[in-house]
Write a protein that binds this ligand. Structure first.
Ligand code: TXA
Ligand code: MG
Length: 406
């Protein structure tokens, strides 16, 4: 049933209702912007062949025009009807599609000659990012829409990506036509955006953004080495195809950073256009601590630096947060369980937004700075993605500005 929630200036559809999903699909086909759940984060969708609709995505998010969008389709078969990329897919792309679709993997492949895509989708590049999501509501919507759907994360540029419909409403109410509510992107979900791999040169495959599909997963499925993202630098420089080389997985790889940010602050000049922008940031500056003892020191430092009535936020696993609950200067937001980095990933964006007063864990008193304790297991897979997003949330924050206090 199509309903417009009270006080909202956008439609709020239920992902559990076929009728609602049908209404959302018709809106997409009519050139409207519709947000929808995926197994990673909520996306802000538009018909990728409709130039005005795609441009409206950039306007609604405040996203720089040079940051291309991922095109979502219901299935590999659906690729045939929309001529996004030359078919059949080349061997590496085909192997990854077979192994990980539907799922949290985006492949960047050559754009087909004569594709009907709006040029705004690819930001003028000769390549296109494609993903087949595995969320049932996303599948139902894409299948009913029958058009390729361009969709970035459904947040205002620079803010943490949305993991529930309420996050979308909070960022985009009045700016988009509607959202399909699929609940929290929890459970079987990742909570962080898809892994993005660049396959435009199949002899030099490269991970542009880490996600739930790990570098080891990619290498195991294909038998070739992938350049991996690390730190905050750099282009994808590629290495020759190395055959089966799990042992070669990360050592010696050049760095290919994986930011997908889309606010206006340029922090790098990397290969994926979105990687050069800061992202995932709550309003207060974020400082990272790599152990509980360092967290303690960082909290002490910030408490001493700010006026005595200023509160400092702590984002850490729930057990650690409990240990700081007694401190009147500290406002805790629990994120995941100790030793379970996947749970940290699922809850990270909701926790960052809680510091801006959103959701069930919203902090009542604004914090002046946030200390985030980095989970221990961040070497590979979803842990590597967690570290990447935390570093982006904290990017550029070295010393807190006293002027922001008070
Ligand atoms: O999980 C996800 O990927 C979510 C859901 C909605 O699918 N989408 C998402 O989109 O995170 P967005 O726009 O927030 O991030 C897409 C990233 C950006 O860093 C963008 O620069 C990169 O993918 N990208 C897209 N097309 C590209 C291309 N042709 N070449 C290089 N990078 C590309
Ligand atoms: Mg995004």
């Amino acid at each position: 049933m199509h309903r417009t929630a009270h006080r909202l200036r956008m439609n709020f559809w239920s992902g559990a209702s076929e009728r609602d999903t049908g209404a959302a699909a018709r809106a997409l086909r009519a050139g409207r912007l519709v947000a929808f759940p995926t197994e990673t984060v909520y996306g802000l969708g538009a018909d990728a062949t409709n130039d005005a609709a795609v441009r409206a995505i950039f306007a609604a998010k405040g996203r720089p025009a040079d940051n291309p969008l991922i095109v979502h389709v219901a299935s590999v078969d659906a690729l045939r009807s929309c001529a996004l990329t030359p078919l059949p897919l080349r061997p590496l792309a085909a192997a990854l599609a077979e192994a990980f679709w539907p799922g949290p993997l985006t492949i960047v492949v050559p754009l087909a000659d004569g594709s009907r895509l709006s040029p705004a989708v690819t930001a003028g590049l000769m390549s296109v990012g494609i993903r087949v999501p595995r969320h049932p509501v996303a599948f139902a919507l894409l299948d009913a829409a029958g058009v390729p759907v361009a969709a970035p994360s459904a947040n205002v540029s620079g803010r943490p990506s949305p993991t529930c419909a309420e996050h979308v409403v909070s960022d985009l109410d009045g700016r988009i036509h509607g959202v399909v509510d699929g609940g929290q992107t929890h459970g079987d979900s990742c909570g962080l955006e898809s892994t993005v791999v660049d396959l435009t040169d199949e002899s030099r495959p490269c991970v542009l953004r880490p996600g739930a599909v790990s570098v080891k997963d990619l290498e195991r499925a294909t038998g070739v080495a992938f350049k991996r993202p690390r730190g905050s630098s750099s282009r994808c420089q590629g290495a020759p195809l190395q055959g089966l080389s799990h042992q070669n997985g990360s050592a010696g790889h050049d760095r290919a950073d994986g930011d997908d940010g889309d606010d206006g602050q340029i922090v790098d000049r990397p290969k994926a256009p979105g990687m050069k922008y800061r992202h995932y940031a709550p309003r207060a500056p974020v400082f990272l601590a790599h152990s509980e003892s360092r967290t303690e020191l960082e909290l002490q430092r910030l408490c001493a630096l700010y006026p005595p009535d200023a509160c400092i936020g702590l984002l850490a696993d729930s057990q650690q947060c409990e240990r700081h609950a007694h401190n009147p200067r500290v406002r805790t937001v629990p994120c995941g369980e100790t030793g379970d980095v996947a749970s940290f990933a699922r809850e990270l964006y909701g926790a960052l937004r809680a510091f801006d007063g959103e959701g069930p864990l919203a902090v009542a008193v604004p914090v002046h700075a946030i200390v985030a304790t980095v989970p221990s297991d961040v070497e590979d897979g979803i842990g590597e993605a967690v570290l990447n997003r935390l570093m982006k949330a904290a990017a550029g924050q070295s010393e807190p500005a006293l002027s922001s206090a008070g």
